[in-house]
Design a protein around this ligand. Structure first.
Ligand code: CMX
Length: 446
């Protein structure tokens, strides 16, 4: 067994009694109330999931295993001369709550490298997609095609003990995580840079550097990739992608099914796709301005125009956060250090000074501040990844680390099949005390 698996097993054994006690001795304790608005409004904020991998504080932003993003970026081991840490080290942190030592990180990088080989049939699946297919649809199908490799599914058929579910899930997750960046880079080259042909992984490089190499991008794109994958890795369990992964895996579908499903959830414009929407929206503004940088008044007019057409301002607002997203801030600091004169970055910065006030004035969004997506596309654009349809694939690779770490722990702690209860509108009206006959008359006359 690898050092990481040994350590994980130790942690799992220590944790299991806590979950068992909560279920057995405290199972009837009420921890939340549910309002009618939450039942209709996407279950917003109902405390109904448990995860120790990350926690999202509305004011402070995300913490991975208790560490803020700046702490994570500071503490995780880094390649020599790099600004950003190894992504492999993040996996160690998410799974165990511990920062890996130099020996542990070396072993883990080697383990990831040994799992990189992608079967040819995956390339055939990607190549078979018709022109005009979205890269997220292609990624989802590519991941799905790998399902036949699942150790969990094979061992489940043979009859494995529940206590061992985590082990084959770990194998599946690590295999898939090692392959995801390679699949992502292949999709990029296939769709946008066919002249590059297929670039083979470089076994001497860590995950982030190898991704940059396969994308054909020089330094500091290796650091951009590490930063990007790390900051997108997890955002506790209730967001669409993480929750979808957890939900699908709760039926004991393996991580290939669960990851493909989470990718599909991330592909929506209110979630991961917002990063491409931001770029589309900024380009619209730039085209309108020509060579001239907009004045504050022109920017305000553009923002109000979007709102008046009934559209959202992409990259702003959040279901949980109530402050500027620290993932936005991390990227902003990277931009200030590496690309402060970039024109699009200046647009993003100028918008930061006016959008929150406008959203407050409009009075709808509960959070007027920028989220991760307001900044991420601009970084990619600067380093030559200008095909913004591709941006959510990058988000998916990062998010896979959190989703799969969660699924390994779900299996280890024996979390149940998800099965919330639905009710009809009639029942809901009755529960809140609406007299149906009277209210129908009122609704018709009002
Ligand atoms: N621009 C305009 N209106 C916004 C808004 C924005 N950026 N953010 C929220 N609103 C509106 C909502 O559409 C909603 O309007 P209605 O009452 O007419 O339906 C109202 O404000 C209240 O919404 P909320 O409770 O503040 O936000 P939600 O939890 O419903 O939605 C989110 C959160 C992220 C979907 C929303 O803020 C949004 O659409 N933002 C723009 C898209 C975006 O950037 N998504 C990426 C989020 C990060 C990620 O998951 O990747």
């Amino acid at each position: 067994m690898s050092a990481l698996k040994d350590k994980l097993l130790e942690k799992i054994k220590a944790h299991r009694p806590r979950t068992t006690r909560l279920m057995k001795e405290y199972g009837d304790v009420v921890i939340d109330q549910v309002k009618a608005s939450q039942v209709i409004g996407g279950m917003r904020g109902i405390k109904s999931l448990v995860t120790d991998i990350s926690y999202l504080d509305p004011e402070e932003g995300i913490r991975y295993r208790g560490y803020t993003l700046p702490e994570v970026l500071e503490m995780l081991p880094k390649p020599k001369g790099a600004e950003m840490p190894y992504v492999e080290g993040l996996y160690h942190l998410l799974l165990t709550g511990e920062i890996p030592s130099e020996d542990e990180i070396d072993e883990l990088i080697l383990d990831f490298n040994n799992r990189r080989s992608v079967p040819k049939y995956v390339w055939d699946v990607i190549d078979a997609f018709p022109e005009g297919s979205h890269p997220m649809a292609i990624l989802s199908a590519a991941v799905m095609s790998l399902q036949r490799e699942s150790h969990f599914s094979i061992r489940y058929k043979k009859g494995m003990s529940k206590m061992d579910y985590w082990d084959s899930t770990y194998e599946d997750a690590t295999n898939l995580l090692a392959k995801m960046p390679i699949i992502g880079a292949y999709i990029y080259n296939r769709l946008y840079k066919p002249e590059n042909g297929s670039i083979c992984p470089d076994p001497t490089l860590d995950l982030g550097a190898n991704f940059a190499f396969m994308m054909g991008k020089p330094k500091p794109y290796d650091d951009v990739s590490r930063m990007y994958f790390i900051i997108h890795a997890d955002h506790e369990s209730g967001n669409v992608s993480a929750h979808t992964g957890h939900l699908v895996a709760s039926s004991l579908s393996d991580v290939y099914y669960a990851t493909s499903a989470m990718i599909n959830g991330l592909a929506g414009p209110l979630h991961g796709l917002a990063n491409q929407e931001v770029l589309r929206w900024l380009q619209g503004l730039k085209e309108r301005m020509g060579d001239k940088f907009p004045t504050e008044e022109e920017l305000k007019k553009y923002v109000w125009g979007t709102l008046k057409r009934g559209n959202v301002i992409p990259g702003y607002g959040h279901a949980v956060l109530r402050k500027t997203d620290p993932r936005y801030t991390v990227q902003r600091e990277f931009c200030l250090a590496n690309m402060k004169d970039d024109e699009l970055f200046k647009y993003v910065d100028a918008l930061y000074n006016i959008v929150p006030d406008i959203l407050r004035e409009q009075g709808k969004a509960k959070n007027p501040w920028p989220n991760v997506d307001a900044q991420s596309g601009v970084v990619q654009w600067h380093y030559g990844v200008k095909e913004f349809d591709f941006y959510t694939v990058l988000f998916s690779i990062g998010r896979s680390f959190g989703v799969m770490s969660n699924i390994i722990w779900d299996r280890a702690l024996g979390y149940s099949l998800e099965r919330p209860k639905s009710i009809t509108t009639d029942m809901l009206e009755e529960m809140v005390g609406i007299n149906k006959d009277e209210s129908e008359k009122e609704l018709v006359t009002s």
